[in-house]
Ligand binder design. Structure first.
Ligand code: GLN
Length: 556
């Protein structure tokens, strides 16, 4: 077993430190939340922290993956389309993260091939080893440099032992070889309790540890994921057979909410253990604000039921809510700050179309939210939903497609533009009230799909005396986008005459960014062309989610 390093003088400038978070036994244990939680703890100790995610896919980014396969596509400020874990990092760390912090196998190879074509390897053989791990390390260091992080967290996607991530473990090994005192490895592993035995089994974790060793790495800390806290006996066993100090085997039981995780880790002193491993100065963790938020969330008792009507829910006989994870978190956290306990119910819009669900069901809910989406399936069910909630004055919040469909519904039923539609579904409709953006047309013709939408942060000006302006409390905002279509300006006058208010516009007045109904007409009916969910954070919920939940809590 390695001896404990001695503590260092807190005044001395430290070299950058790196923590790799890897997964043992199986996927789906919450590596993203573990990474985010470690980040939160270290940040609370006064260290600057950033986090990277490595996804083993060949896809260059997450933008082209089907949400039902991959989950939410999280868009960064700079427009990069990434994995939902990047959202967890931003939410837990309260930091804005850059695109260099996200890499896939595809992106790494794309860069290596670009350089090879440009003769940047100066005629050398370019090989998987060492050039791939070197490119991974280059990106990790670049992310560290950009954020000036004292501690850089790197989450390695997939599970130890998979072919796909071996090369990333090799990068970790090489970085550790280069700076042995500045790299720590945390393994999140599963400790099952098989029903028929009723006892916690550590063997799978032992195998995972051995597999990690065969990649030339040794875990410094093991997070033992199980349904209950790990007992002393298993802790000792894991320590002995996985070669770690017993106090560095941290209990990671199932918890009520993901926001409990940092506090739970701190019960076992994870923050101090990591600073000790990395030779960083000992500092107290200051998680009071986080604790207060968690307590608030537990005190919130008044339930508000929100129906999320979407189209990406079905995966075999399972319902996927991962697809809208940022929306979910934004609703929940905004609710907690209002003393509410939001309960989200997922309704598949296709069920309204088939008659399996009737629109009158919607009356049961305090509010209805339609998140972003693409394509034709399930759309008439969403438009029917919007018509129902408009007429029955049920608070409505539409995000991106949810805003575009709100405009279509209004055009069809109030402005009497009978076959109003979006060019995405029917470009030859008589009234294309949602049209393809000018600079997008060419991309669609050339099938140039990857990373080419209107992506990332753009400014927006709010109109005075509107619901949006009141919610934000300021005139100019910045929000993140991901779309190809927009409100067709040829219809703005007609829709405005019919009572729809465009309360947010791009500063050059060319793009409608927010549509709403006046509060005299409807308790809350608002749609945004952007995705406010990407900027909502647990300690600072997004004002539009807050306004929506306020309205929902008042519904009779
Ligand atoms: N499909 C719509 C568009 O491309 C909406 C996209 C979204 O909801 N993110 O404009």
């Amino acid at each position: 077993m390695a001896a404990r390093p001695t503590r260092t003088n807190s005044k001395k400038k430290q070299p950058p430190k790196y923590i790799f978070v890897v997964g043992g036994v199986m996927s789906g244990l919450g590596k993203g939340i573990a990474t985010s939680s470690i980040g939160r703890i270290l940040k609370s100790k006064g260290f600057t922290v950033t986090a990277l995610k490595i996804d083993p896919y060949i896809n260059v980014d997450a933008g082209t993956m089907n949400p039902t396969e991959h989950g939410e596509v999280f868009v960064l400020d700079d427009g990069y389309e990434t994995d939902q874990d990047m959202g967890n990092y931003e939410r837990f760390l309260g930091e804005t993260i850059s695109s260099v912090n996200y890499m896939t196998t595809g992106r790494v190879y794309q860069e290596i091939i670009r350089r090879e074509r440009n003769l940047e390897y100066k005629g050398k053989n370019v090989e998987v080893v060492p050039h791939v791990p070197l490119e991974v390390i280059r990106r990790i260091k670049e992310a560290q440099k950009q954020s000036k992080a004292d501690v850089t967290l790197i989450e390695v996607g997939g599970t130890i032992g998979e072919y796909q991530n071996i090369i990333f473990l090799e990068a970790a090994r090489m970085l550790k070889h280069e700076a042995p005192n500045d790299v720590a490895v945390v393994m999140l592993s599963y400790v099952p309790i098989p029903n028929n035995i009723g006892e916690m089994k550590t063997k799978p974790t032992q195998y995972a540890s051995r597999e990690l060793n065969s990649a030339g790495l040794q875990a410094d800390v093991i997070l033992a994921r199980a349904i209950v806290p790990i007992d002393e006996k298993r802790k000792e066993k894991i320590a002995t057979f996985c070669n770690v100090l017993p106090e560095r085997v941290i209990s990671a039981p199932d918890v009520e909410s993901i926001y409990d995780v940092p506090l739970n880790y701190e019960k076992d002193g994870l923050g101090d253990i990591l600073t000790e491993v990395l030779g960083l100065p000992t500092r107290k963790s200051k998680l009071d604000d986080w604790k207060e938020f968690v307590q608030k969330s537990k005190r919130s008792k008044k339930e508000v039921e929100i129906a999320v009507v979407g189209k990406y829910f079905d995966s075999g006989s399972f319902t996927l809510s991962d697809v809208y994870i940022s929306v979910l978190e934004a609703v929940k956290t905004a609710g907690y700050h209002l003393g509410l306990k939001p309960k989200l119910v997922y309704l598949n819009s296709k069920d309204f179309e088939s008659g399996k669900l009737s629109y009158s069901e919607l009356s049961k809910y305090a509010g209805v939210l339609v998140p972003g989406g693409f394509g034709e399936t399930g759309i008439e069910g969403i438009i029917g939903t919007i018509e129902y909630v408009r007429k029955h004055k049920i608070p409505y919040f539409g995000l991106c497609y949810g805003m575009q469909l709100m405009v279509i519904e209004y055009a069809r039923h109030v402005a009497k533009l009978k076959d109003a539609n979006t060019a995405e579904i029917n470009p030859s409709a008589k009234h294309v009230v949602i049209d393809v953006m000018l600079d997008q047309k060419d991309k669609l013709i050339k099938a140039d799909y990857g990373g080419t939408m209107r992506l990332g942060t753009y400014p927006c000006k709010l109109r005075s005396n509107t619901v949006a302006r009141a919610a934000y409390g300021k005139d100019k905002i910045n929000e993140r986008h991901r779309h190809r279509y927009e409100v067709n300006n040829a219809y703005v006058a007609k829709l405005t005459e019919s009572g729809l208010v465009f309360s947010g516009m791009s500063p050059d007045h060319k793009l409608c960014e927010i549509a709403e109904l006046p509060k005299e007409v409807h308790p809350f009916m608002l749609g945004t062309q952007f995705h406010p969910e990407f900027l909502s954070r647990p300690l600072t919920p997004h004002p539009l989610f807050t306004a929506f939940l306020q309205a929902a809590s008042k519904k009779k």
